[in-house]
Design a protein around this ligand. Structure first.
Ligand SMILES: NC(=O)CCC(=O)C(=O)O
Length: 264
């Protein structure tokens, strides 16, 4: 199977419509891939907190609908990164807010195969915890021959989430991010750690460029269940393309059966 991780760069001047159109063109150009992955909050701006309310949408809104059309035209599974989700229903969470950081997985026919609301919010007292609700559900879905666990950026620091995905049969972790350059070494290290400790394929799709005064780290990567880095992007906008055999995860686990030695 072919994976294409679109490491998108953006600044502060692109409208939601312009960025959505640009991203959908990039997705359509990946026709022939099996799974295309986008970064976290690319439509709202990962660190553009002040823009989130105006750029938030329901999962039935224009951003996800456009992505669904692009997935259908390209005939690919599309992990659409995440959106700032403001449900049309008016739903609020336990903290009274109506905003979530929500990933959307789209099937090649454009239907929504899964959504995941980011569980661990980044920003300590500010940023995400101030503006957004936390998700609660572990989400694992069948996609492109993989059993894909969904998580987002800062979640990567919490290994228990990945063990929970493993317990739901995950063979791959798909992780969109807006991870800054200042901590890019930690991003690369943690992606590999999750691959090694859970014997899963890891697909990390980060953001590039500088927005809201924050330089993003790039270094999107696809990592084998052995921990081998199969491909890694640089710091700028780039599309990382890599061919992977989904059976390689099972084969590696059989050859080196660490997970059988878990003591619960
Ligand atoms: N968008 C994020 O979740 C950023 C996470 C981050 O910068 C870190 O964990 O460090």
């Amino acid at each position: 199977m072919r994976i294409a991780a679109i490491q998108l760069a953006y600044g502060d001047d692109e409208s939601l419509e312009e960025r959505t159109s640009r991203v959908c063109d990039l997705v359509r150009a990946e026709a022939g891939a099996d799974l295309v992955v986008l970064p976290e909050l690319w439509s709202a701006g990962g660190f553009s907190y002040r823009d989130w309310p105006a750029r938030s949408q329901d999962v039935s809104g224009s951003v996800v609908s456009s992505l669904a059309g692009a997935a259908r035209e390209a005939g690919v599974w599309l992990h659409g990164g995440s959106i700032a989700e403001h449900p049309d229903s008016g739903e609020t969470g336990p903290e009274g807010k109506s905003l979530w950081n929500t990933s959307v997985l789209l099937a090649p026919n454009g239907s929504i195969a899964g959504t995941y609301r980011k569980i661990h919010r980044f920003g300590f007292a500010g940023g995400e915890p101030k503006l957004m609700e936390a998700g609660t559900d572990v989400v694992v879905r069948d996609a492109a021959g993989l059993r894909a666990g969904l998580s987002t950026c800062y979640d990567l620091r919490f290994p228990e989430l990945y063990r929970a995905q493993l317990d739901q049969g995950a063979t791959a972790f798909v992780i969109p991010a807006a991870w800054p350059e200042a901590r890019a070494d930690a991003w690369s290290l943690l992606l590999r750690a999750r691959a090694v400790e859970d014997q899963c394929l890891v697909i990390g799709c980060n953001t590039a460029g500088t927005h809201a005064g924050t330089a993003m780290g790039g270094r999107s990567a696809v990592i084998a269940a052995s921990g081998e880095v199969l491909a890694e992007a640089g710091a700028d906008e780039e599309i990382l393309r890599v061919d992977v055999d989904p059976a390689s995860v099972r084969e590696f686990r059989e050859a080196f059966p660490v997970l059988r030695d878990r003591r619960l």
